[in-house]
Write a protein that binds this ligand. Structure first.
Ligand code: PLP
Length: 442
C-alpha cells in the first residue's frame, strides 16, 4: 500500500502541474493522495480520514458521494450527455435557466464552465451593452480593493490579490480600484459604520469622476473570499446599488463563492435588498460534481443585444456551454434546497456550530472572529511568516483539511456537517492553532 502511494505521488509530481502551487515545495511537503470521499470525509490511500473543512475549495455543498446528485447525473447520461448549445437546446438547460431566473429575478442565462469564465462573460457583456447603446467609451470597470474574481487575464484586471496578479501585470488592463468595505480596515477609533461611509464616499468619488468611461462595478457581495473571508455590511451594497443607478454604471454581483446559501440566504444580495444587473454563479451550483458557470442579466441588457445586426450579438462561447450533465447536477442541487429546506435548516445549524466554535472565538491569540451563514473565520495574532503552511500541515495531522489564507483561518464546511463532526473540526483547529503559533511572549 505504502509503495503504491509513493509511486502515485511520484507519478503526480512527474505528470501533473498542480494549481496555485510552487511545485518545488512538494519536495518537503508531500501531496495528499485521496482515494475516495463520502459525506464530509476524504479518505487517503492509506485509509486515513480527513474532514473536508473547506468544501473542496468551496464547491461541495451536500457532501461527497451524494446519492441524489449521482442519480441525477446518471439518469441524464442515459439520454443526452452533451450537445452544442449554439443552434441547439435541451430540457436540462432550459429547466435550469427557468429555475435560476425565478430565484434571482434575472434571466437570459448565459453559460460557461468555471467561475473565471463567468467573470469574463459579465465583463464583456457589460462593455458590449454600452457599445450597443452607442457609448463604446464606457469600457472600464470598478472593483473593490482585496477583491477576487478569478485568474484569467480579464478577471485579473478586476482582481486585487498581488500573488495572483503581479507576474501578469503587463498583460492586464488597468481598471479603477476603490476602498474595500472590510471594516477590519477601519482607522483607530473609527466605527464600522463610519468606515462603511468612508468606503462609499471613495466609490462615489471614482464614479463621479470617471462614470463616462465605466461600464460596471463588480463586487463579491457580503464576503470577499479569497483575500481571507473579509465580511462587510449589506448597507454598503445597498448604497453601491444607488450610486450605480445614479451614475449609469451596471452592477455585477459575483456570487460564485457566496451564492447557493453560503451566507445564510440563497444569494447574498438578498440581504442588502438589491438586484444586480448581472449575477455570476458557479462553484456550489452543481454541489461540486461538475464544472458549470452561468451569468444571468436584466432584460434591459438582453434587449440591447437583440437586433438584426450580427455584430450587436454577444458572440462569446465555450465548448462545454450548457453541458447537459452539469445542468442535471445543478437541477438536482436546487431540488435538495427545496426538499431539505436547506436555507432554514442551515440557520439553526449555523447557530449550533457557532456555539461549538466558541473556544476558538475566545482564544487569546485570535482576533476578528466573524461568521456569516456557513462561513466562519478568524485572524491569528503574531502569526509566524509560514503560518498558513504550518497550520495546514498540523490540521492534516489532526484529521482535517483547512487551508488558511495568510494569518486567516476559515471554515467553509459542506452543509451536511453534523454536531460531532463540528466538534472534531473545532478540536483539530485548536490543536493546529496551538502548534502553529509562536509561544506567547512572557
Ligand atoms: C473562485 C472564485 C472565482 C473563480 O472561479 P474559478 O472556478 O476558480 O475560475 C471568481 N470569483 C469568486 C468570488 C470566487 O470565489
Amino acid at each position: 500500500m505504502k509503495t503504491d502511494n509513493q509511486s502515485l505521488l511520484a507519478r503526480s509530481m512527474a505528470a501533473v502541474w498542480h494549481p496555485c502551487t510552487q511545485m518545488k515545495r512538494h519536495e518537503s511537503l508531500p501531496l495528499v493522495p485521496i482515494a475516495r470521499a463520502d459525506g464530509v470525509w476524504l479518505t487517503d490511500c492509506d485509509g486515513r480520514r480527513l474532514i473536508d473543512g473547506v468544501s473542496s475549495w468551496w464547491v461541495n455543498l451536500f457532501g461527497h458521494n451524494e446519492p441524489r446528485i449521482k442519480a441525477a447525473i446518471s439518469r441524464q447520461m442515459d439520454t443526452l450527455e452533451h450537445v452544442m448549445l449554439a443552434g441547439f437546446t435541451h430540457e436540462p438547460v432550459v429547466a435550469l435557466s427557468e429555475a435560476l431566473g425565478e430565484l434571482t429575478g434575472l434571466g437570459h442565462a448565459f453559460y460557461g464552465s468555471d467561475g473565471a469564465s463567468a467573470t469574463e462573460i459579465a465583463l464583456k457583456m457589460s462593455a458590449h451593452y454600452w457599445r450597443n447603446l452607442g457609448q463604446p467609451e464606457k469600457n472600464r470597470f470598478v472593483y473593490l480593493a482585496d477583491s477576487y474574481h478569478g485568474e484569467t487575464v480579464g478577471a485579473l484586471s478586476v482582481t486585487d490579490v498581488p500573488i495572483f496578479r503581479t507576474a501578469y501585470a503587463p498583460l492586464v488592463r488597468e481598471n479603477f480600484a476603490v476602498m474595500s468595505p472590510d471594516p477590519r480596515l477601519a482607522a483607530e477609533g473609527e466605527s464600522a459604520a463610519d468606515y462603511t461611509t468612508r468606503a462609499l464616499a471613495d466609490l462615489a468619488r471614482v464614479l463621479a469622476a470617471h462614470h463616462g468611461e465605466i461600464a460596471a462595478l463588480i463586487v463579491e457581495p457580503l464576503v470577499q473570499g479569497a483575500v481571507g473571508m473579509a465580511m462587510y455590511a449589506p448597507e454598503y451594497l445597498a448604497q453601491a446599488r444607488i450610486l450605480c443607478d445614479q451614475y449609469d454604471v451596471l452592477l455585477i454581483a459575483d456570487e460564485i463563492a457566496v451564492g447557493f446559501g453560503r451566507t445564510g440566504t440563497m444569494f447574498a444580495c438578498e440581504q442588502a435588498g438589491i438586484k444586480p444587473d448581472l449575477i455570476c454563479l458557479s462553484k456550489g451550483i452543481t454541489s461540486g460534481y461538475l464544472p458549470l458557470a452561468v451569468v444571468l442579466c436584466s432584460d434591459a441588457i438582453y434587449q440591447a443585444f437583440y437586433a438584426d445586426e450580427t455584430a450587436k450579438a454577444f458572440l462569446h462561447s465555450h465548448s462545454y456551454t450548457g453541458n447537459a450533465l452539469a445542468c442535471a447536477a445543478a437541477l438536482a442541487t436546487l431540488q435538495i434546497f427545496r426538499d431539505d429546506d436547506v436555507i432554514v435548516q442551515n440557520r439553526d445549524k449555523a447557530q449550533t456550530m457557532s456555539r461549538i466554535f466558541s473556544p476558538l472565538a475566545e482564544h487569546p491569540q485570535i482576533r476578528h472572529w466573524r461568521q456569516r451563514g456557513m462561513i466562519w473565520a478568524f485572524d491569528v495574532i503574531d502569526a509566524p511568516p509560514d503560518f498558513a503552511q504550518k497550520f495546514f500541515q498540523n490540521a492534516l495531522n489532526a484529521g482535517v483539511l483547512l487551508r488558511p489564507v495568510g494569518n486567516t483561518v476559515y471554515f467553509m464546511p459542506p452543509y451536511i456537517i453534523d454536531v460531532a463532526q463540528t466538534q472534531m473540526l473545532c478540536a483539530a483547529a485548536l490543536q493546529a492553532l496551538e502548534r502553529s503559533i509562536n509561544p506567547p511572549r512572557p
